[in-house]
Design a protein around this ligand. Structure first.
Ligand code: CMC
Length: 430
């Protein structure tokens, strides 16, 4: 039997046979290329609910079962046994590194952590109360003006250096955006610290005092970063791929990804969860907010609930929930009212018919914000933290796309609903 699907156009009687592309896991895809060539149709799929935009060997999600694999490894195993830089190597190069490879990779990342001193002056152009995500979009986009030796995207060595620079400098750029907002001096990276420890140091230390990285804070961040490192073709990753499909330089592409991530329906949700919990304020108000979330005439949604792909528990949410308990217990504020409110809200929503029917479960961002808050990270930095971690995935996906021999510029089509041809009328005749 042929592995094809036949489309019959009832209007003309013409038909076309479309090949099926099967991956190693997940639903098969109909290759619709011939549909336009032979029958003259385009396809219509707003929000790409049923569209595979590429072949990828990086991340696999089974939304029904709540499964997430990075290069075939279950997220639970990586969360328990690995660390963020090892996961970064896995996502970018496809395999877990040997001891020597991990040592080399870690060393390279450590040695690229500083940014060009001239970049500092960029920060001073931003108002002190600028949102750090706005600063991230600008500063990351400007990197191509500084690092010309890594913008030839057709040169694999350039691609590698760009990837290393982005992963290494992202915490430095992020910490500087925070320091700018509170008027403190930027802290240089300390290359004897590990990735997350260094980020905490650059955010929270000051030149006048010694600073000790809290091992639990470092561990919690490392876990969150592993969980956020990649998530297949989500909005920001697709943005990075689309921007990169025109051969734009990698720094511009990642800047575009940061802009997309910022939206409250995507990475901005972690910040919105905290705003929402603050607004709810007390568990006695939960029914009112649940009712608002269910009301079609109200734009309010339960932030941190629901996911385009997961129609079951988000496996990342389970892992992060456990870490949330650990952090709050250790930091001595297990009776944190915010966390208690979040747990109560979760309990009520999970028993509500509306959420059950629509398979709306808490996602990773329902808990990440609570951990960030417990670690003293300000709310407007939450999405920045997400961006640091997701840079690894963006870079891996961008590299995969550039190396793909079938890669072409992304150019979606449309169903045009506007006016048909009409003639220009002079202003007096309108
Ligand atoms: N609160 C209330 N109702 C919801 C919610 C929610 N959080 N999420 C979805 N729904 C309803 C929605 O109104 C719709 O109802 P109906 O079928 O009656 O019209 C139904 O559930 C399906 O929702 P959808 O908007 O068609 O689903 P989507 O796949 O387009 O959207 C989503 C997914 C994540 C944007 C959405 O669930 C949402 O806005 N959630 C809140 C924001 C959030 O937490 N985002 C973080 C996602 S995880 C981190 C990341 O990957 O960025």
């Amino acid at each position: 039997m042929k592995d094809t699907v036949t489309i019959l156009d009832n209007a003309t009687g013409k038909s076309v046979e479309l090949p099926i592309r099967r991956g190693t896991l997940g639903p098969p895809a109909i290759d619709i290329g011939a549909l336009q060539r032979e029958l003259g149709y385009v396809t219509y799929d707003p929000g790409f609910l049923a569209t595979a935009s590429c072949h990828s060997a990086i991340t696999y999600i089974d939304g029904e079962q709540g499964v997430l694999l990075y290069r075939g490894y279950p997220i639970e195993q990586l969360a328990e046994k690995s660390n963020f830089l090892e996961v970064a190597h896995l996502l970018i190069y496809g395999e877990l590194p040997s001891q020597a490879q991990l040592g080399e990779f870690t060393n390279i990342i450590r040695r690229h952590t500083m940014f060009n001193e001239s970049l500092k002056s960029f920060y001073h152009g931003f108002h002190h109360d600028a949102h750090p995500m706005a600063i991230m979009v600008g500063v990351v986009g400007s990197l191509s003006a500084f690092y010309h030796d890594s913008t030839d995207i057709h040169n694999p060595h350039h691609r590698d250096i760009a990837a290393h620079r982005l992963i290494a400098k992202m915490p430095t750029i992020a910490a500087a955006s925070y320091k700018h907002s509170i008027g403190e001096p930027f802290m240089y990276p300390r290359n004897n610290l590990n990735y997350c420890g260094n980020l905490l140091h650059m955010m929270f230390s000051v030149p006048a005092e010694d600073y000790q990285v809290d091992p639990l804070a470092e561990k919690a961040l490392d876990l969150i970063f592993i969980l956020h490192a990649d998530h297949e073709q989500n909005a920001s990753t697709s943005t990075v791929r689309l921007a990169g499909s025109s051969s734009a330089d990698p720094f511009a592409c990642i800047s575009a990804g940061i802009a997309s991530l910022w939206g409250p329906a995507h990475g901005g949700a972690n910040e919105e969860v905290l705003h929402m919990l603050a607004e709810i304020g007390d568990s006695k108000n939960i029914p009112k907010y649940i009712a608002r979330a269910k009301d079609k005439n109200d734009s309010f949604r339960l932030m941190g609930f629901g996911h385009r792909v997961y129609k079951n528990h988000d496996p990342r949410a389970r892992l992060i929930r456990a870490m949330c308990h650990e952090v709050l217990n250790k930091l001595g504020n297990q009776n944190n009212p915010l966390f208690e409110l979040a747990l109560k809200l979760e309990e009520v929503a999970l028993q509500d018919e509306y959420f059950i029917e629509r398979k709306l479960y808490p996602n990773v961002d329902f808990y990440s914000g609570i951990i960030y808050k417990a670690l003293g990270i300000p709310t407007n930095m939450f999405t920045v933290m997400f961006a640091i971690a997701r840079t690894v995935g963006w870079v891996a996906q961008w590299m995969e796309m550039i190396a793909d021999p079938n890669q072409r510029i992304g150019r979606p089509r449309q169903v045009y609903d506007g006016a048909t041809r009409r003639d220009y009328a002079g202003i007096k005749d309108r």
